[in-house]
Every structure is written in structure tokens, then in C-alpha cells.
Design a protein around this ligand. Structure first.
Ligand code: SF4
Length: 549
């Protein structure tokens, strides 16, 4: 018999089944769930190798093409020349190009020079030299042909990389601090836990059919650079009740529509327990998550209904079989910047060098040159950040100026302007089928324009551009968030533009940006609009007042 409440939490009103497996709703309630039940997404790998790569694009089963391919980081990209006004009215197959975006997962953002060079070479050989560093530390390539995918996988796997579960309703890349193990002031080095969760659970059929995408962050960074507030599950470095370092557990963060900050469960997790606790939290989501409606399936909806106390109780009683001790909350520092750009000291006396391209776009040939530059200056460790940037570790004092000059000769700036440093953009209409507007080129032009108009702008300001109402570039937590949509220009025409969100942020004063009614700008007028907002802020702000306040 169906339960009277799907959560047992706040309401005693009977509710319709939300498709929770643990409550007996095993029958698929929508097409995505049906596809997942028909065949595990992980099985598509062999079909790509044996059939599709040999017989070509037209041989691909539509259920694989638009569903299971994601389990290996593959999305069809948007066919060129379809404007944003058509995004919502055309059928998905009308938007499909015959080429793919391939997302390569880089857990913890950790790369050796050989790994980075391999990605660069793959980009140059198979992806028309495209590469984007994402704000989840992945690299995305475009223009990939199905015929080339097995060869690309071979090359990736030869250096210990993969695209397994880079997309799909799966445990996606595990975010980690780029400075793990080297930062002077980190709470603990989370690298072993990231590695263990990856090795124990990524690619496991136990977690290859989750209700929705599932984002993890595991970090001991004192600057909280992996944005635990907006991950589905986050382990945040703290010193525990017994004085040893471990993790504070947060669950249920996510942006997009209905944004929510992750909730603390108040539980302390020892490093040696972390993989098991991760599996417990993920199992709660798998079994109790809402599968009926895609737009209500992220774990945040379960947390919202249950609250953190009930979630913790179910986790401990039904999955772990023991209680976790209570633990402290992380101590957030309001003034600390999270992005790790610039030259800073490591705890071993060497330095790390963080640098910025524009909006994360770096061609494959340049990725290979970055690997060469790192090696030529004695480093074999390169890191991606959660802000579409890169960091080279282990640079000695004598080499700092040389490596800085070598990077800046590539227009990769170690001391960038606020705008280069803190503007991010999602993929946008160039490749993304959901997009309504252009973002990458627009973001790059905006940076150049603002650098010209406001050359010495003194404050850290984040400007994030999205191509649609989703939030791949985190618009709700930016000082200035720009959500792509069609707007009406002064001639009454529908043109590309943005809804503006102001005053978002994370950390101590975490808040979602306010969507001010009527605050929209056309793409063409964007630089004028941002300049006006920033000049007004400089004129009116009190001493020390941040943009968000
Ligand atoms: Fe695509 Fe929208 Fe995400 Fe941008 S925010 S990458 S347009 S889905």
C-alpha cells in the first residue's frame, strides 16, 4: 500500500508517490527513469567501442544518444546557426549536431604535466583545438566525432584519466582544493579521500542510477575554494571534537532553478570513514530521492522536505549502522578570496602560481604549452580550479619571475585585472543545446572592455554569465549574475540579452543574488550597463562595504 507521506517529515497530508525506491515506487515514472531501468548507462561504453564508432553517427540508438552517452561525458553539441529563440520550440533532434562535447573529469583538479599534455594533444587532434576549463575543474572538448571516441579513451586511460560518469545521473567529478597538500594553512590534505571515493564508487553499478546528477566536494582548504555551499554532498575540513582534523558534512546544495545552500548535518566524519559515509549519503539519495519529476529530483528537494536532522537519522540508522559524533562548523573568513590566483607561498617554501585565461577558454595547443612551461620550470603538478583557472605548483623562488613571464607571454595572466580574474561564463549558444544566448565570446569581450573603461578597478567583483536559466556558471552566487534570455531592444525587437541578478555570494554572507524586476540588458548594451553599475557602486559605497551588501 502506498505510504500516506513520502517523507514522514512535516505534513500528514497524503502525497502522491514521488518515485522513491525505498517506499516501493520502483516503476519508472518518466522517460529518463525508464531509459535508466532498461539498461544501465555504464553499458553504453562497449556499444560505443564495438558498434557506434565503427558504424558512425546514424547507427546510434536515440536512447543512448540522448541518455546513456552522458554516463561517459558525451553530449551532442548544438547544430551551428540555430538562434536562441528556437531553443525551446524545436525538438531535441533538430538541435543536435553530429559532433559531441566530451567532458573529461579531473577529480580534485589534479593533473601531471603528462596528463595535461595528453588532453592538449587530444584537443588538437580530435577536437579542433577546443578546450574549456569548467567551474567544476573539468575540461570540455568540442567537435568530437563518435568514430574517434575509443581512441580518445585509450589515450586518456593511458595517463590515468577518463570521462566515466562525467555527466549523467551519476557521481560526477569530485571537487578538491587545487592546493591540497601544499597550502600553508589548510585544515587537512583531502587528496587520499578524493582518491578513495573515486576508486571505490565511480563507475560502480551501485551508484550509476541516481535520481539526478550528483555533485561532490571534498576539501580541507581554509579558503573553502570548492564551494561546499552549492554541492549535493560536501565534506569540509574542520578540526574535530578530539582535536584531530576531519570533515563537517553538508548535504543538499544546488543552484539552477530553486537554488538552495547545502545544509549542515552537524556530524563529524573522520578521514578513514569518509568513503563509507559518502556511500551512505549517496545511498539515501538513490533510495529516497524523488524520481517522478526531473526538476524535483536533486537531493536538495529531499533535504528541504526532511530537514538535516531526519536525513542524518536515516543515514545513521539505515545505512551506516552507527552514529556519527557531533562536530564543529567551518570557520569562514569573510575577507578571504577563494580563487588561488597569483603567486603565493607553499608550506614547503616553494610557490604556487595561479593564472587566468579569459572565461576558462584555452586551446589544446596552449594546454600542451602550459605542460611544457611547468616542466621547464621544474614542476610536474598542474591544477584546475573551481573558477575556470589553472595553478602550477612547486615553483622555486628563483623560477617565479621566469614562469610568470612565460605564462604572460601566452596571455595567461598571473596578476590579472579583477575582471579577468573573476568573470566566468558557461558554454552558451556556441555548443549548448539549452542556450538562448552567446556567453564565452561575450564574456571575453566584456573583460577586455571593462579593463579599458575601468583600468584600476579596486574591488573584487564576480561577474558570471549563463546562456539560459540553468546555472552552470553559478549566476545566483555572483556579485553580478547574468542570466541569458531574449529581451526587447529600443526598436521593439527581440534580441539576445540578460536578466540581471545582483548581490549574490558565498561564504559567511552567503546569499542568492536579487533578481531586480525590469533589470535586463541587451547583449550589445552589456558593457555600458556593467560600467554604470560599477561606477555607481564606487561612488556610493561606504568604507569597506562589499558589493553584495
Ligand atoms: Fe548550457 Fe544553460 Fe548550462 Fe549555459 S547555463 S551551459 S546555456 S545549460
Amino acid at each position: 500500500m502506498p505510504p500516506t507521506s513520502t517523507t514522514g517529515a512535516k505534513s500528514s497530508r497524503p502525497r502522491r508517490g514521488e518515485g522513491q525506491w525505498a517506499l516501493g515506487y520502483r516503476e519508472p515514472l518518466n522517460k529518463n527513469e525508464e531509459n535508466k531501468k532498461n539498461d544501465d548507462g555504464l553499458n553504453v561504453r562497449q556499444r560505443i567501442i564495438d558498434i557506434y564508432s565503427k558504424a558512425g553517427f546514424d547507427s546510434i540508438d536515440p536512447a543512448d544518444l540522448r541518455g546513456r552517452f552522458r554516463w561517459f561525458g558525451l553530449y551532442t553539441q548544438r547544430a551551428p546557426g540555430i538562434d536562441g529563440g528556437k531553443t525551446a520550440v524545436l525538438e531535441p533532434e533538430e538541435l543536435d549536431d553530429r559532433y559531441f562535447m566530451l567532458r573529461i573529469r579531473i577529480d580534485g583538479g589534479q593533473l601531471s604535466a603528462a596528463q595535461l599534455r595528453t588532453i592538449g594533444e587530444i584537443s588538437t587532434t580530435y577536437a579542433r583545438d577546443t578546450a574549456d576549463i569548467t567551474d567544476r575543474q573539468n575540461v570540455q572538448l568540442h567537435w568530437v566525432r563518435i568514430e574517434d571516441v575509443p581512441e580518445i579513451w585509450e589515450k586518456l586511460e593511458a595517463v590515468g584519466l577518463s570521462s566515466t560518469e562525467a555527466c549523467g545521473d551519476t557521481p560526477r567529478v569530485i571537487m578538491g582544493c587545487p592546493l591540497a597538500g601544499v597550502a600553508e594553512d589548510e585544515v587537512l590534505d583531502a587528496t587520499p579521500q578524493i582518491q578513495q571515493v573515486h576508486d571505490d564508487h565511480v563507475g560502480s553499478p551501485l551508484f550509476s542510477n541516481l535520481p539526478r546528477k550528483y555533485k561532490t566536494s571534498i576539501s580541507g582548504c581554509s579558503a573553502y575554494c570548492t564551494n561546499h555551499e552549492i554541492n549535493d554532498v560536501a565534506f569540509v575540513g574542520v578540526v574535530g571534537p578530539d582535536g584531530t582534523p576531519g570533515y563537517d558534512l553538508h548535504v543538499g546544495g544546488g543552484l539552477s532553478t530553486n537554488p538552495m545552500f547545502a545544509q549542515r548535518l552537524g556530524a563529524f566524519v573522520r578521514p578513514d570513514q569518509l568513503s563509507e559515509v559518502w556511500a551512505g549519503v549517496t545511498s539515501v539519495f538513490r533510495d529516497y530521492g524523488y524520481r517522478r519529476l526531473r526538476h524535483r529530483a536533486r537531493i536538495k528537494f529531499l533535504i528541504k522536505d526532511w530537514g538535516p536532522a531526519k536525513f542524518r537519522e536515516v543515514l545513521e540508522k539505515e545505512y551506516l549502522g552507527y552514529a556519527l559524533p557531533d562536530g564543529p562548523a567551518p570557520e569562514l573568513d569573510p575577507g578571504q578570496r577563494r580563487d588561488h590566483v597569483g603567486v603565493h607561498r607553499q608550506r614547503d617554501g616553494r610557490n604556487y602560481v595561479g593564472f587566468a585565461a579569459r572565461v576558462g577558454r584555452i586551446p589544446g595547443t596552449q594546454l600542451s604549452r602550459i605542460a611544457d612551461i611547468a616542466e621547464a620550470h621544474g614542476s610536474d603538478r598542474i591544477r584546475t580550479t573551481a573558477d575556470q583557472k589553472l595553478v602550477i605548483l612547486d615553483v622555486t623562488d628563483e623560477r617565479v619571475e621566469q614562469i610568470t613571464a612565460a605564462l604572460e607571454a601566452e596571455d595567461l595572466q598571473v596578476r590579472p585585472s579583477t575582471f579577468r580574474r573573476q568573470t566566468m561564463a558557461c558554454t552558451g549558444i556556441e555548443f549548448c543545446k539549452l542556450a538562448i544566448v552567446e556567453t564565452k565570446d561575450r564574456g571575453a569581450e566584456l573583460i577586455d572592455e571593462l579593463e579599458r573603461r575601468l583600468p584600476d578597478f579596486p574591488e573584487p567583483i564576480t561577474i558570471n554569465l549563463n546562456g539560459c536559466p540553468n546555472s552552470c556558471a553559478r549566476i545566483q552566487v555572483a556579485d553580478i549574475g547574468l542570466k541569458g534570455q531574449l529581451v526587447t531592444n529600443s526598436d521593439g525587437e527581440q534580441v539576445e540579452g540578460y536578466q540581471v541578478h545582483l548581490g549574490g555570494g558565498m561564504g559567511l554572507n552567503a546569499a542568492f543574488g536579487r533578481k531586480v524586476r525590469g533589470l535586463k540588458t541587451t547583449s550589445e548594451e552589456l558593457p555600458d550597463y556593467i560600467e554604470r553599475v560599477l561606477r555607481r557602486y564606487l561612488e556610493q559605497k561606504d568604507d569597506g562595504e562589499a558589493f553584495a551588501t
